[in-house]
Structure formats: structure tokens, C-alpha cells
Design a protein around this ligand. Structure first.
Ligand SMILES: Cc1cc2nc3c(=O)[nH]c(=O)nc-3n(C[C@H](O)[C@H](O)[C@H](O)COP(=O)(O)O)c2cc1C
Length: 344
């Protein structure tokens, strides 16, 4: 059905289309008959397979990647589509407008997107209200956190601590974003020294909160696909030494692997099909370097169920989609579940 409407959706700018779909998802989530209809339309024939990962039980391996529901407006509708986990955010402590528009570009010929959004969002208080009733609804709620653009890297820890304290009670897991290419300097936080100074205190904060509350809230970090092998080794050392529970591989790339669209040279992070192999390669490296002992959540170029299986075969425990939804539509979740992913 999505394929029928796709030409109409493409008449809108990518951001208009995004706001429209989030609005529809939020309506579908709030109006119970509409929720039931969406659930019925998108119910997969196969449920599961359930995944036990980082001490959490995921009803299935397929998640909504960060950046789609930045402000927690559409999680009810997304849950009705069948996602096993939904990662809201990236949220920053204070609301910020993001970069000037246009800042999202559809590369249709390449089944790709370039975005330079720069974390536009309504801030932590807004998201906290929107997801206050999110946990415990049959899916795993992740909250992806980032620093405000105006916060210098030396003060980044303060921003992440504010967000961890705010969202620990509301999240099933927390994801630290140090890999968006669209916040100046953010990716420098992935260097050995900066990452140690950041992840050490954040991990200690979450561990203390887990002990105090008796809850298990895993902390994961999302890495860039553009790290050199040496930088990746450094980052993984820090991740394991600081007791981080898992990694999301990966964010968007600033590389431009052979693209056909005239918009290929837009500045920003590239996602979708051209990211797929780079991403799978990175997953393989992470699994090899950590002996398969560090949970990996795959995010990069999943457009078909076979792409999702490729990530699992490479060693990922869970998969996330974003750009695939723009090209295949919401039935992508159902298609992947019906395909029947074979876990390792
Ligand atoms: C328009 C857009 C906005 C995004 N915003 C965020 C974000 O706020 N935080 C984040 O961690 N990733 C963000 N991402 C990256 C996605 O979560 C995902 O990691 C990336 O797009 C690769 O997956 P894909 O190829 O399935 O899209 C964004 C991606 C797109 C296309």
C-alpha cells in the first residue's frame, strides 16, 4: 500500500513527509480504534524471535533507530507497527532548532538519505512528558541522548549526566550519541581520552542508579562508521574497560561511496543502501575484536529482510531501521518478522 502512496509522499519535502507520518503515527497511537486498525494491518504472521540481550527481553530483534521519533510523539503508533524496540531522541538537555533547512535530502536512485539535521528537538522536559507512560507496553524503550550544540566538548559530560538522571526512570536502555556528523566536534568525543573521560563517569552514574533502584538499565554507545581501525580499537577498549553494555553500529557516514543522485554532494550523514556494506564490515570488526562478547545493535542500510539477516549473521543481536522505512514503508517491520530471522 505504501508503494501506491509513495509518489504522493515524495511530492512533500522529506521533512514535511516526516512530520506528516509522525503526526499520523501519533493520531494512530492516541485513538484506540485507529491503533487497533494499524495493529491489524501490520500484524506479522510470525512473532518474535524473542531476544535476550543486555539483561533485557526484546519481543523481536527489529527496532526503530534514533532520530525518527526525536520528541517521543509517535511511539504508540510505532509500537502498533510491531517494533520490538523504539529508540526515541536524540534528545538534548535544552530545546534547540537544529541546522537551517533544507537539511534532509532523498537520494532516490541510491535508496539513501543525506541529513544534516543537527539534533532539532524540544528538549529533555518535553520528551520526558511524552514518554512518561512508554515503558511496559510490550516493547523496549530506548532513549538516545546527545549534548546541546552550544555546549563545548569540555562540558559535554554535564549534558549527558543531566540526561541520564532525567531518563533513567523512563528508559529500558540509554544510548549515548557521540557519532552524529551534524553537531560540530561531537565525533571527537570518540577519541580514547575523550571517550574515557565521558563513559567512565556515565557508566558509574548508571551503575549507581541501577544498584539504588534494583533496575537493570543498560548503557550503550553509538559509534560512527568512519572511525579508522585504530580509532575503533581505541573506542572498543574504552567501551569494555568502562563497563558499557553494548554498542550501536552505526550512525550515518560522511563518506560518499559511489552514488548516482545529483544530491550526493550535500553535506551531512549518509544513510540507507550505500551504507550497508560499510556498516556490516564494521559489525564484523567489532565482533572479531571483542570476541563476540559485546552486544551489537546494527543500524545501517537495512532496506530488505535479507539485509537484516546479514547483520545478524555478522554478529549483531538486534537490528534497527530508519531509511528503509522511507523506501519500503512501514510494512518493512512486518516483512522482516515474516521473513523469520535466524538468530545465531
Ligand atoms: C533524517 C535522519 C535523522 C537522524 N537523526 C539521528 C539522531 O538524532 N540520532 C542518532 O543517533 N541517529 C540519527 N540518525 C541515524 C539513524 O538512527 C541510523 O543510525 C542511520 O540512519 C543508519 O541507519 P539506516 O541506514 O537504516 O537509516 C538519523 C538518520 C536520519 C536519516
Amino acid at each position: 500500500m505504501y508503494k501506491t502512496f509513495r509518489p504522493l509522499i515524495y511530492l512533500l519535502t522529506p521533512e514535511q513527509a516526516h512530520h506528516t507520518t509522525i503526526y499520523m503515527l501519533s493520531l494512530a497511537g492516541w485513538f484506540p480504534p485507529a491503533t487497533a486498525l494499524v495493529r491489524a494491518m501490520y500484524r506479522a504472521r510470525k512473532q518474535g524471535p524473542e531476544v535476550d540481550c543486555m539483561g533485557l527481553r526484546f519481543p523481536n530483534p527489529v527496532g526503530m533507530a534514533a532520530g525518527y521519533d526525536k520528541d517521543g510523539l509517535g511511539w504508540r503508533g510505532l509500537a502498533a507497527l510491531g517494533f520490538g524496540h523504539i529508540e526515541v531522541g536524540t534528545v538534548t538537555p535544552k530545546a534547540q532548532p537544529g541546522n537551517p533547512k533544507p537539511r534532509v535530502f532523498r537520494l532516490v536512485e541510491d535508496e539513501a538519505v543525506i541529513n544534516r539535521m543537527g539534533f532539532p528537538n524540544n528538549g529533555a522536559d518535553f520528551l520526558a512528558k511524552k514518554i512518561a507512560r512508554g515503558r511496559g507496553n510490550g516493547f523496549v524503550m530506548g532513549v538516545n541522548i546527545g549534548k546541546n550544540k552550544v555546549t563545548p566538548n569540555e562540558k559535554a559530560l554535564d549534558d549527558y549526566l543531566i540526561l541520564i538522571r532525567k531518563f533513567f526512570p523512563l528508559a529500558d536502555y540509554l544510548a549515548i550519541n557521540v557519532s552524529s556528523p551534524n553537531t560540530p566536534g561531537l565525533r571527537e568525543l570518540q577519541s580514547r581520552k575523550a571517550l574515557t573521560d565521558l563513559l567512565g563517569p556515565l557508566s558509574a552514574e548508571v551503575t549507581a542508579a541501577c544498584e539504588a533502584t534494583g533496575r537493570n538499565v543498560p548503557l550503550v554507545v553509538k559509534l560512527a562508521p568512519d572511525l579508522t581501525d585504530e580509532e575503533l580499537d581505541d573506542a572498543l577498549d574504552v567501551v569494555t574497560n568502562t563497563g558499557i553494555d553494548g554498542v550501536i553500529i552505526s550512525n550515518t557516514t560522511v563518506k560518499r561511496p559511489k552514488l548516482h543522485s545529483h544530491m550526493a554532494n550535500e553535506i551531512g550523514g549518509l544513510s540507507g543502501k550505500p551504507l550497508k556494506s560499510l556498516n556490516t564490515e564494521m559489525i564484523r570488526k567489532v565482533v572479531a575484536r571483542t570476541g563476540g562478547n559485546l552486544p551489537v545493535i546494527a543500524s545501517g542500510g537495512i532496506i530488505t529482510p535479507q539485509d537484516a539477516q546479514e547483520k545478524i549473521d555478522a554478529g549483531a543481536s538486534l537490528v534497527q531501521v530508519y531509511t528503509g522505512l522511507i523506501y519500503t514503508g512501514p510494512e518493512l517491520v512486518k516483512d522482516i518478522l515474516n521473513f523469520g530471522l535466524k538468530l545465531k
